[in-house]
Design a binder for this molecule. Structure first.
Ligand code: URA
Length: 422
């Protein structure tokens, strides 16, 4: 095969053969196909798409590029969830220990943030002492003993995706259903979970901005999972505004602990419960009561054990940023919009995310929300508190927020709400 022929075939909207797909992924993983050739192919796929059979073959080739894990030696069923990425999406933190309470093993092999979306590992690394890297033996032992593990995916799982994802991130080829679906599902299938719940985000802060596209992404991923023998389902959830009242690493850990203590913002609790119920049903426990495990402290106990097992001190104070800056409401009315993408980019600029893969993140940086869309606000009241170790970052964060915060006069907001309701 020749890489140029494969690129030209997709450029001309032809279907790639099974052999072409297997060859190009393998050759790219080995370095025989260059980044510039794969970038051209990714753009051809972005523009011209792939049929379902091509996506399935592409996913299989990415799985075959590395090792597969095997949890069949565990004494309990495994359940996993994956979010397609959002702003303030800390759900994995309370969810993994909550589901583990019921004797289900939850292996959350997670990533770091890139761009405006946060990464689960960056959040947990705000906890003093906590380590993301576990050997396979440590992972298995922790799943057996505690049930919940959140750790870094080893470099052996779908190495083709690691290379391709970094390439897509720098070539404008991320927001593409065949490429997202194969990227996520190759990792999840290689991980070897029995069941998987996908949290497919829709809205400004998500890769898929509209419902129709998010639906198609969800259907594509569910089909890939089921074909590979993974019991897969998907929820479509809103990402037009941040989840909860915090965005940023330590701030999101604090809010997750509030949820585990039986409190926390209603939207975070609601989504945690919905995903927990789905995971427990798939694990054969449709009657399990996750609300009770939050209320009586069992989920908190599992969280503490999970953090301590990975070297973290669950009682240590979380790091706080050196400086804060408060954004005030400019008028009376109703908060009509608090855009997820604007808040995500602002938090990233404050130091919660990184511009390049090798950059460090600030544990304390991020944004606290004092109001959510639909809330009444008064001129001069705090809307957002920005946190950063560098005061000079506040101006650029405020620029990112401009246009993403909108206060409507109470009457017109009420009129809009009434129109929507009819
Ligand atoms: N998350 C992934 O792992 N891959 C994508 O392509 C998008 C989100």
């Amino acid at each position: 095969f020749d890489a140029v022929d494969v690129i030209a075939a997709k450029r001309e909207r032809r279907r790639l053969s099974d052999e072409q797909i297997a060859w190009v992924i393998d050759a790219y993983t080995r370095g025989a196909v260059g980044d510039e050739q794969m970038a051209a192919l990714a753009m051809a796929i972005f523009l011209n798409g792939m049929e379902d059979a091509e996506i399935a073959r592409w996913t299989r080739a990415m799985i075959d590029s590395g090792e597969r894990m095997d949890f069949s030696g565990l004494s309990k069923p495994t359940a996993d969830k994956h979010s397609t990425g959002g702003v303030g999406d800390k759900i994995t933190l309370p969810l993994a220990p909550l589901v583990a309470v019921f004797g289900v093993a939850v292996p959350q092999l997670s990533g770091r943030g890139l761009g405006h979306t946060g990464g689960t590992l960056d959040k947990l690394e705000a906890i003093p002492g906590w380590r993301a890297d576990l050997t396979n033996a440590q992972l298995m032992a922790q799943l057996e003993e505690i049930g919940a593990v959140i750790c870094a995916a080893g470099s052996g799982l779908a190495p083709a995706d690691k290379k391709l994802y970094a390439l897509r991130d720098t070539t404008g080829t991320v927001e593409c259903i065949p490429l997202i679906a194969s990227s996520i599902m190759s990792k999840k299938i290689a991980e070897g979970t029995n069941s998987l719940v996908l949290d497919v985000k829709v809205g400004s802060g998500a890769f898929m901005k509209d419902r129709e596209a998010a639906h198609r992404l969800a259907r594509t991923m569910v089909a890939l999972g089921r074909e590979a023998g993974v019991d897969t389902s998907a929820l479509l959830t809103d990402m037009s505004t941040p989840l909860g009242l915090t965005v940023g690493n330590a701030l999101e850990v604090r809010e997750s602990v509030e949820v585990l203590a039986g409190g926390g913002p209603a939207d975070v609790v609601e989504l945690t419960m919905a995903l927990a119920r789905e995971m427990l049903a798939q694990a054969g426990l449709p009657d399990a009561d996750p609300a009770a495990a939050l209320a009586d402290g069992r989920a908190m106990d599992a969280w503490r054990a999970m953090i301590a097992a990975q070297g973290g001190d669950p009682d240590a104070p979380l790091p706080a940023a050196a400086h804060t800056d408060t954004v005030l409401a400019e008028s009376d009315g109703v908060l009509a919009e608090l855009d997820a993408l604007a808040v995500g980019v602002a938090s990233w600029r404050l130091g919660a995310g990184r511009a390049r893969k090798e950059d460090p993140v600030q544990a304390g940086a991020g944004i606290e929300l004092h109001a959510k869309p639909g809330d009444e606000v008064r001129a001069g009241q705090p809307l957002l508190t920005l946190h950063s170790d560098d005061e000079e970052r506040f101006a650029r964060a405020r620029e990112a927020l401009a246009g993403g915060v909108e206060i409507a006069p109470a009457t017109s907001a009420a009129a809009t709400a009434a129109r929507r309701a009819t």
